[in-house]
Design a protein around this ligand. Structure first.
Ligand SMILES: Nc1nc2c(ncn2[C@@H]2O[C@H](COP(=O)(O)OP(=O)(O)OP(=O)(O)O)[C@@H](O)[C@H]2O)c(=O)[nH]1
Ligand SMILES: [Mg+2]
Length: 250
């Protein structure tokens, strides 16, 4: 009965516990998380009223272990034109990157995304609605369903996972082969790892020169290494670039 509710939990002594919320799409878990400066969970995932309430106060970080099959319905509504799709093989670092971008500090993910993960980041100039679909094999068939609806694709690869770069390349090329104008931002993540391929090697391994002709295509090296530290300059560049592309593409 409480599904979709959100707010502050009162402790009974008048003080308030951290913000909390429950997923309106029927996830089993209560969704509650740390506070941050500029982040709220997208409205379409919550009960009516949630967004208004959140916008007026400091924004919070919420993440949802939601099942992927509830997303298509949620996204069929109107007005989600600012969505940024975040894809890439499992373990590439998508969730870690999103969480870190949202709070401007490194926050590594501790669990694979079993469905989707949606995060909205506000900057002074723009609002960015990110949607990550998990990268495990069973979820990859959902990836292409979202492409027609999005402004921008952010594709994350693990630069040290040499064995799977050919697969990462193949999936990327397949995804965008019928969409010659969708802007793509490739994040060559895990640059901190010994043995990580540098940007030039990633460019070659993913054959990015084959897909960049007509579209806007960018490649940025990133890492989310040490929990709690400030995000790397690559991550800042990525955030700024994505913000700019959102403004330009709208
Ligand atoms: N060393 C290092 N580890 C990272 C980096 N980014 C992510 N990780 C770790 O890699 C693992 C996978 O990260 P996730 O963010 O869950 O990866 P994901 O792409 O969201 O994976 P799925 O949700 O399964 O598709 C976690 O243990 C992270 O802590 C990085 O830049 N450097
Ligand atoms: Mg994830």
């Amino acid at each position: 009965a409480d599904r979709g509710k959100a707010g502050n939990k009162s402790r009974g002594d008048g003080s308030r516990e951290r913000e909390w919320g429950e997923c309106s799409n029927g996830c089993a878990e209560t969704v509650a998380s740390r506070t941050s400066e500029n982040l709220v969970f997208p409205a379409w995932h919550w009960a009516p009223g949630w967004r208004r309430e959140q916008r007026s106060g400091p924004a919070k970080l919420y993440s949802c272990p939601g099942r992927v099959n509830v997303v298509p319905l949620a996204l069929q509504g109107k007005g989600h034109s600012k969505q940024i799709l975040v894809l890439g093989l499992d373990g590439a670092g998508k969730t870690s990157i999103l969480h870190s971008l949202a709070i401007n500090h490194v926050k590594r993910s501790v669990a694979p995304t079993e469905g989707f993960n949606a995060i909205c980041i506000y900057t002074e100039e723009s609002q960015m609605d990110f949607l990550e679909i998990g990268g495990s094999e069973s979820l990859r068939s959902y990836w292409k369903m979202y492409l027609p609806k999005v402004l921008l694709l952010v594709y994350v690869v693990d630069s040290a996972d040499h064995a799977r770069l050919p697969m990462a390349k193949q999936l990327l090329h397949q995804l965008i082969q019928n969409n010659s104008t969708l802007p793509v931002v490739v994040l060559a993540n895990k640059q901190d790892l010994k043995g990580a391929y540098c940007i030039t090697d990633i460019h070659d391994a993913l054959a990015l020169s084959d897909i960049g002709d007509e579209r806007k295509m960018f490649l940025i090296g990133t890492h989310v290494a040490e929990d709690g530290s400030e995000i790397s300059s690559g991550m800042k560049d990525a955030k700024e670039l994505i913000g700019q592309l959102v403004l330009e593409t709208q």
